[in-house]
Each structure stands twice: as C-alpha cells, then as structure tokens.
Design a protein around this ligand. Structure first.
Ligand code: UP6
Length: 258
C-alpha cells in the first residue's frame, strides 16, 4: 500500500478544513491531537497554551465544562491562532437533520460559531448532514463521521462502517474525514483519518475504553492523526508527555512513507 505525504493529501482534500489540517500537520510536523477532557475552563486553557505548539488539533467536550461561558471560547480561539491548531468539538451529533441544526447553531454553546470540526454518528441516515450544510457553507468547517469506535463491544463495525464511508464519499464537500481505528481500502486520500484510544502505558480503563500505541495505529493500521486524552492531561508533566506522543506518531508517519 502506497502512502502519500500530508502535503499531497492537502491538495486532494475535498473539504477546506481537511486541507487546512493536512497543511498544519506538515508545517508543524505533528499529527497529534489532544483530547482535553477537563472540567474547569481555566484548566483547559492552561493546558491548551502549554501544549499548543506540539499539536495540530485540540479536541473539546464543551458540555463537561462546569464554568463554560463565551469568554472560554474567545480565549481558546486566541490560543488556537497563536499556536496554529484547530478546534474540534467532539459533540457526536446523532439526531435528525432539523434537530442537529439547532444543536449545532443554538443553545448554550453555539458550536457552529467556533468549532473547526465536529463529529457525527450516522445512525439516523445520511440526511443528518443536511442539518449542517447552511452553516458550514459559510465557515468551511468539516464533519468527521464515526466509522468505528475504540470502545469494547462497539456496534460501529462491518456493514455499518462501510455505509459510513459511503456516506462520507457522497458528501465529500462537507465531510473532512473519519474517526476510525484503521485505514480501510475504501477510505480515499482526500479524507483525514483520526484515531482515539491511544496510550503508551495502558491497555484500557474500567469503562470499556481500549488503547493502542501511536506506532500501531499510524504505521500498522494506516490512520493519520492520533487523539490522546488521559495519557497526556493526567500525566504530571503534560508538555513533555505530549512531545513524546508527537514524536512517536510522527516517526510512525515518516516510516510508513518508506
Ligand atoms: N473518543 C473515544 N473513542 C471513540 C470516539 N471518541 O475515546 O471511538 C473520545 C472520547 C475522549 C477521547 O470521548 O474524549 O476520545 C479519548 O480519551 P482518553 O484518551 O482519555 O481515553
């Protein structure tokens, strides 16, 4: 299997955020995304500023932040532009088109105003994507389809996974890539493949999470971006730990090119 460089993939990308992300990865030499699942806004912002130079993407779950407010988003956007990373709200939208449109644009979070990318499930069928179209036509934001999950007993497998890939191909203007555990033959090079469930020193947690190493998913399984949460933000030295994950994932990318 021949792998292209991220620079080459940036040119093939069909969604503007996918192209932007591939270029950031190539420029900063990092395919590390960090999941900052902390519950106080200042903790999230402090970590974002401290590891910002090492990452291509910062992944949030804004609905777990106790003291969330618009100022949080404003500050996060400033940190993101200072360090040149993208903001990924992992909302995992799953309802009908009309409902997800409101969940994306309205409520407390106004996600459409600030997220460069969001995750969606395909259980409701392809028309969920229509709920995002108006908004992302203006911003160029990208959708990430959950094609596979890291957790034990996941039902996103087999034919469901194939249908998600098909859904992405049919909507490749809006869809920037997939959340997955492996690169399948049908996943074309215009898409970014992002993989959660990554940790060096743990096989899993007590609630079904399962971990692989950066080398395994990037080199053996062929995905592009590793998403690391507790492996970094729960470490006593998050910055130096982030550098270790960054170096491992980048070395795996470089070695698969040869
Ligand atoms: N996530 C997964 N697995 C998936 C999809 N998303 O773990 O299949 C998300 C979780 C969490 C992060 O919601 O934010 O990735 C993983 O965190 P961890 O590294 O602390 O386990």
């Amino acid at each position: 299997k021949k792998y292209l460089t991220y620079e080459e993939r940036a040119k093939l990308a069909t969604n503007p955020t996918a192209s932007k992300l591939f270029n950031i990865m190539a420029t900063k030499k990092t395919n590390l995304a960090v999941a900052v699942d902390l519950t106080r806004k200042q903790e999230v912002l402090n970590l974002a500023d401290s590891i910002g130079s090492e990452i291509c993407v910062l992944k949030t779950h804004v609905d777990i932040i106790d003291d969330y407010d618009q100022d949080f988003v404003h500050q996060l956007e400033q940190i993101a532009s200072k360090h040149n990373f993208l903001i990924f709200e992992d909302r995992k939208f799953a309802d009908i088109g009309n409902t997800v449109k409101y969940q994306f644009e309205s409520g407390v979070y106004h996600i459409s105003k600030w997220a460069h990318m969001v995750t969606i499930h395909g259980v409701a069928g392809p028309a969920i994507i229509d709920g995002f179209r108006d908004s992302i036509k203006q911003t160029g934001a990208g959708l990430l389809l959950l094609a596979q999950m890291s957790s034990k007993g996941s039902l996103c497998v087999g034919e469901y996974t194939n249908q998600m890939i098909e859904m992405g191909k049919q909507n490749s203007d809006a869809v920037m890539g997939f959340i997955c555990q492996e690169r399948l033959e049908s996943m074309s090079d215009n898409f970014v493949l992002m993989t959660p469930g990554i940790q060096f020193n743990s096989k899993g947690d007590s609630m079904g999470q399962q971990y692989n190493t950066p080398d395994y998913v990037v080199k053996e399984k062929g995905t592009d971006v590793i998403i690391v949460g507790r492996g970094i933000y729960q470490n006593s030295e998050p910055k130096s730990e982030a550098i270790k994950y960054k170096q491992a994932a980048w070395a795996a990318y470089e070695s698969r090119l040869n």
